[in-house]
Write a protein that binds this ligand. Structure first.
Ligand SMILES: Nc1ncnc2c1ncn2[C@@H]1O[C@H](COP(=O)(O)OP(=O)(O)OP(=O)(O)O)[C@@H](O)[C@H]1O
Ligand SMILES: [Mg+2]
Length: 241
């Protein structure tokens, strides 16, 4: 494990009203202690998970549009506002890693087509544009992810079928078992969240706090849905009186 603590530099904040401090969970952030090799960020849409993950990527000097340190390309509006207001504590400090943003992965693939001269060695031997969405994600996880590194992943499940999400968990496991790879993953996937020995950090209810798997909406809503699908749908879709 490398990244141990994320601290908000409260004294530097000029306005609490503007983004990103208008986000309730971010406005109350003091510090987050990272204790496991795998940490998940969960929470309702718009609670600030990507904002914080992007700020961490910014402080790691990864391209905030997605990529590692050496991936320089521009995507509209990929500046991190929060990056200037957080401090990361490392033990030890590393610089190797990758920031995966599902929404701008296409731009990353285009950038790679332009600069790669290794026959896409770290990406499964083929342009990411010539692989399906899920195949390209898995190629990245299987071939590019290795060694001492920190991986910041924003909704990696976006391209993955349920079975491939399980494959991905096995990849995470194989990479972290020696203890020299760290993951911070924002996710909505009840499958990914089920990874044992991970911490789950919730951004719900206007605060950032550690929660148990079974208490997440992702677990509860999915479980209820699968066990009571017909009743659930009947309730949800019934005409208003
Ligand atoms: N560049 C920006 N400028 C202003 N507001 C922003 C900006 N980026 C995000 N926001 C707002 O900040 C809030 C948090 O956004 P963020 O993308 O961090 O949420 P999230 O938890 O990742 O949500 P999701 O689960 O939908 O991905 C949202 O209300 C969003 O509209
Ligand atoms: Mg997000």
């Amino acid at each position: 494990m490398f990244l141990k603590r994320i601290k908000l530099l409260r004294d530097e904040i000029k306005s609490n009203k503007a983004y990103p401090f208008s986000i309730p969970a971010i406005s109350k952030l003091d510090e987050i202690h990272i204790e496991k090799n795998v940490t998940f960020f969960v929470g309702e849409n718009g609670t600030g998970k990507s904002t914080l993950l992007e700020a961490i990527a910014d402080k790691c000097d990864f391209n905030t549009a997605g990529g590692g340190r050496n991936n320089t390309y521009d995507v509209y509006a990929s500046e991190s506002e929060l990056g200037n207001y957080i401090r990361l504590s490392w033990l030890p400090k590393i610089s190797n890693g990758f920031f995966l943003r599902a929404e701008s992965f296409y731009s990353f693939a285009t950038h790679l087509d332009e600069v790669d001269n290794t026959g896409f060695r770290d990406y499964g031997g083929r342009s990411l544009h010539k692989q399906s969405h899920g195949e390209s994600f898995l190629s990245l996880f299987l071939h590019r992810f290795k060694g001492r590194a920190i991986y910041l992943l924003d909704e990696p499940e976006a391209a993955l079928s349920p079975s491939r999400q399980l494959t991905f968990l096995k990849i995470i496991h194989d990479l972290t078992v020696q203890g020299d790879t760290q993951f911070i993953i924002a996710t909505h996937s009840p499958i990914l969240l089920g990874y044992p020995n991970a911490d789950i950090i919730s951004f719900d209810d206007g605060k950032i706090s550690k929660v148990e798997y079974e208490s997440t909406d992702h677990f509860q809503v999915t479980k209820y849905f699968l066990n009571n699908r017909e009743k659930f749908m009947e309730e949800l879709l019934k005409d208003d009186e």
